[in-house]
Design a protein around this ligand. Structure first.
Ligand SMILES: Nc1nc2c(c(=O)[nH]1)N[C@H]1C(S)=C(S)[C@@H](COP(=O)(O)OP(=O)(O)OC[C@H]3O[C@@H](n4cnc5c(=O)[nH]c(N)nc54)[C@H](O)[C@@H]3O)O[C@H]1N2
Ligand SMILES: Nc1nc2c(c(=O)[nH]1)N[C@H]1C(S)=C(S)[C@@H](COP(=O)(O)OP(=O)(O)OC[C@H]3O[C@@H](n4cnc5c(=O)[nH]c(N)nc54)[C@H](O)[C@@H]3O)O[C@H]1N2
Ligand code: SF4
Ligand SMILES: [Mo]
Length: 708
């Protein structure tokens, strides 16, 4: 239960530590004799208006010293154990490990792996730390596994990538919303309200998901395609839009380029063929087109379902084409948006922890961008390395080309595709340092573990899924033995020869970030901590202190050189791995409401664990019967990468050719033991949502599962 609304002056207005909704909450000192803080309802923040999901409500539990790290750990190589150490010793060990590797193998022998949960200040500093202090090109982050395909498609079509080009408040004012591969009821529960209000206002909702999820249950129409066929589906809809004369010719002529090629590509996707590929009946395709085109305003929102595919960029491109052909983007309550996932999934992709990027969403291979950022950093542009490897490529290169790694804000042992292999690669490193708040499965492999402060113990900005820059505020004093990520970077930089340039005060870092982003696509230069506090957050771009910020993009022009949106001709292709005789079933993966990501934080919260104690394999009773497994019994799922075992959960809400596993657990039920690291050629997104598997009943004498 939430504590009653408070009026105490010691209450701090802040935001949840988890997902991209960044729900507002108040924290106040707990009544509990153990101390800490408790969550109090905060109704003045417009995005969630007081509502929180169970993860947000219970977030203070992870602040407790029973579950978190409270001091550095160093591996004793004689015993193999991680042992408590002092900060001086730990920082020296990390600095030595990174320096030694660099001296032996060159700067690109050292890698950095960041996270989309880091504040803007941390993400910015991490990119700067990698390029200046380590001199390495080998930095990327877990956002590559998240919304990178939508980001690439956005940039290709619109010239800029802000996940939602309009605020959430526009959703219920739309006439029709197509929600593709998003289970908002479990992944952003307070946002379900926007869909309920949409229907109350008379708007129509179409949900596209191979499972009849709690979100799909809200829909006027639910389409359940075979996983990995969204590209064909979107092309089939566009074919029908053309065939039924529903193209907005004026809009296409005035605001876009490339229509003829995109139209020709779509016309080869006949409805009957699309039905065969996707399993969605032609009448449902027609009904979708009718709802979408009859509405005065309409939008398509995608999440990880269509994006986490080896053709995710083209798939999102096809949905954008549909929106452009029907004249939606830049019109009221209309257009295309991607529901970004991590707390700072938006800001974390803008300020330089991505392999090809400099702050302000600038490109590392653009000479003008290099010159601008180098001037802010006080260095010669030539010292900046070029673009590096993408996240999976980086993890795959560990122990071979990249010999030491610093991880800050990710738990790839659980969350990376083909995780057994990634775990082996991490073990093969000469040196691994992990900064985390808990002893995650990745931290457990490290030579040195650096314990860091958490959301409620530090201040910093986050950019939510709407592009709204928010301020998280410090509400309590961290325990003695932990330091902030900014302090860690400052201390390491100092030991590696950079006395200056890595401040520990977040506002000082933010002011530098503002200058570094000035003139870039994601321009934060007009945003200040004070303005955020006064204005419920500020939407970027905000190029000056008097600029109001930009809640809605593309009203007059797109961010392309000619101001027009670009159609991209795309055509359907198979998944990286299609079912065959040996692996006849499709595995798809995703989330449950009670756990967050790799579970490193939420598996440490008793209430959440009680609600969702273990992994499971969701499958249709017909498939279960064929395999010979009953509800609740263990079932083995085997792919070309390995084998996982978890209890079967029978439901008619999933297609009979598909099984679903959540990815929040380590051990024998780890979903990512199975997943296929086939990468999208543009975004380098791995294919988390489709791979081929076979199912086997598990008998008591079965050998222990192994990771491939
Ligand atoms: N509870 C909880 N909430 C979270 C998170 C969490 O870990 N737990 N993580 C946050 C983050 S980082 C993210 S990225 C978001 C993700 O938010 P969502 O994208 O909503 O989450 P997922 O469960 O990964 O996938 C959504 C749906 O895609 C469907 N799907 C699977 N394959 C396909 C396919 O081929 N096509 C289509 N159309 N759909 C398919 C799945 O059945 C699933 O219901 O959630 C955020 N919120
Ligand atoms: N099979 C499958 N796999 C997936 C997905 C899927 O749908 N299916 N989804 C993918 C997606 S969308 C995502 S976003 C990834 C996420 O996967 P991960 O990157 O593993 O995400 P988290 O579990 O959030 O890991 C964050 C880690 O950083 C720590 N941490 C939190 N805050 C801080 C901080 O401020 N500083 C530091 N130093 N550490 C911090 C946490 O304790 C945790 O250990 O998983 C991907 N993996
Ligand atoms: S929906 Fe997301 S931001 Fe809101 S309380 Fe839940 S986890 Fe936190
Ligand atoms: Mo994500």
């Amino acid at each position: 239960m939430l504590a009653a609304a408070a009026t105490s002056p010691s209450t701090t207005a802040t935001h949840c530590p988890y997902c991209a909704l960044q729900c507002g909450m108040n924290l106040r000192p707990a009544q509990d004799p153990q101390g800490g803080v408790e969550v109090v309802e905060r109704t003045d923040f417009p995005v969630n208006r007081g509502a929180l999901c169970g993860k947000g409500r219970t977030a203070p539990a992870v602040l407790s010293s029973h579950v978190r790290l409270t001091g550095p750990l160093i591996r004793n190589h004689a015993t193999g154990a991680l042992e408590p150490a002092g900060w001086e010793e730990a920082l020296r060990a990390v600095a030595d490990g990174l320096r030694r590797t660099r001296e032996t193998y060159g700067p690109d022998g050292v890698g950095v792996f960041g996270g989309g949960g880091l504040t803007n200040e941390k993400a910015y500093s991490l990119g700067k730390f990698a390029r200046l202090v380590l001199g390495t090109s080998q930095i990327d982050y877990n956002g590559r596994f998240c919304m990178s395909s939508a980001a690439a498609a956005h940039t290709r079509a619109f010239g800029v990538d802000r996940g939602m080009p309009f605020p959430l408040e526009d959703v219920p004012r739309s006439g029709c919303v197509i929600l593709v591969g998003s289970n908002i009821a479990e992944t952003m529960p307070p946002a379900l309200r926007y869909l309920t209000e949409l229907k109350e206002n008379g708007g129509r909702l179409v949900v596209i998901d191979p499972r009849r999820t709690r979100t799909a249950e809200q829909a006027d129409l639910h389409l359940a395609p075979r996983p990995g066929t969204d590209l064909a589906l979107a092309l089939g809809l566009l074919h029908l839009v053309v065939a039924e004369g529903r193209v907005d010719e004026d809009y296409v002529r005035e605001r876009t380029t490339g229509w003829e090629e995109a139209r020709a590509a779509a016309m080869s996707h006949w409805p009957a063929m699309v039905e065969r590929l996707t399993g969605v009946p032609v009448p449902q395709l027609r009904e979708t087109v009718r709802m979408f085109c009859d509405a005065d305003s309409a939008m398509v929102l995608t999440a990880r379902g269509p994006e986490q595919q080896a053709k995710g960029t083209d798939t999102v491109g096809a949905w954008i084409n549909l929106c452009l052909a029907t004249g939606r983007p830049g019109r009221p309550h209309s257009g295309y948006g991607c529901l970004t996932g991590q707390g700072n999934g938006q800001g974390g992709r803008e300020h330089g922890q991505k392999a090809d990027q400099l702050p302000g969403y600038r490109k590392l291979d653009d000479p003008a961008a290099r010159a601008h950022v180098a001037a802010v950093w006080g260095v010669d542009p030539d010292v900046l390395p070029g673009p590096g490897r993408s996240a999976y490529e980086l993890l795959d290169a560990l122990g071979r080309d990249v010999k030491a790694l610093l991880v800050m804000g990710s738990n790839p042992v659980v969350s990376a595709p083909r995780a057994g292999h990634v775990e082996d690669r991490l073990r093969s490193l000469d040196f691994l340092a992990v900064a985390d708040v808990v002893l995650s499965e990745t931290a457990a492999l490290a030579d040195v573990v650096l314990p860091v402060t958490q959301w409620a113990e530090e201040t910093g900005t986050m950019t939510n899924l709407e592009g709204r820059v928010l301020l998280r505020r410090r509400a309590l004093t961290p325990p003695e033995g932990v330091r902030s990520d900014l302090e860690v970077m400052h201390a390491l930089a100092g030991r590696l020869g950079w006395e200056k340039g890595f401040p520990t005060d977040p506002e000082e870092v933010f002011d530098e970030l503002r200058r570094a982003s000035a003139g870039g696509l994601a321009d934060y230069s007009g945003i200040s901590y004070r303005r955020i506090a006064e204005e419920d957050g500020v939407f970027w771009p905000c190029p000056g202190p008097d600029h109001p910020g930009t809640p809605r993009l593309f009203l007059d022009r797109f961010a392309t050189p000619d101001g027009r949106a670009r159609f991209v001709p795309v055509t359907h292709r198979p998944a990286g791995e299609e079912p065959d005789d040996a692996y006849p079933v499709i595995l798809t993966t995703g989330r449950v409401v009670s756990h967050y990501q790799s579970g490193a934080q939420t598996r440490r919260v008793a209430e959440l664990n009680a609600a969702a104690p273990e992994p499971f394999v969701e499958l249709h009773p017909r498939l279960a019967e064929r395999v010979g497994v009953a509800d609740g019994e263990p079932v083995a799922v085997v792919s070309r990468r390995g084998r996982a075992v978890a209890p079967a959960r029978l439901t008619t809400a999933i297609r009979p050719d598909t099984v679903f596993m959540p990815f929040h657990w380590y051990g024998e039920g780890r979903a990512n033991t199975l997943t296929n690291p086939a990468l999208d050629p543009t975004s380098k997104m791995p294919e988390f949502k489709v791979c081929a598997v076979r199912l086997e009943p598990v008998t008591p004498n079965d050998p222990a599962p192994s990771d491939g």
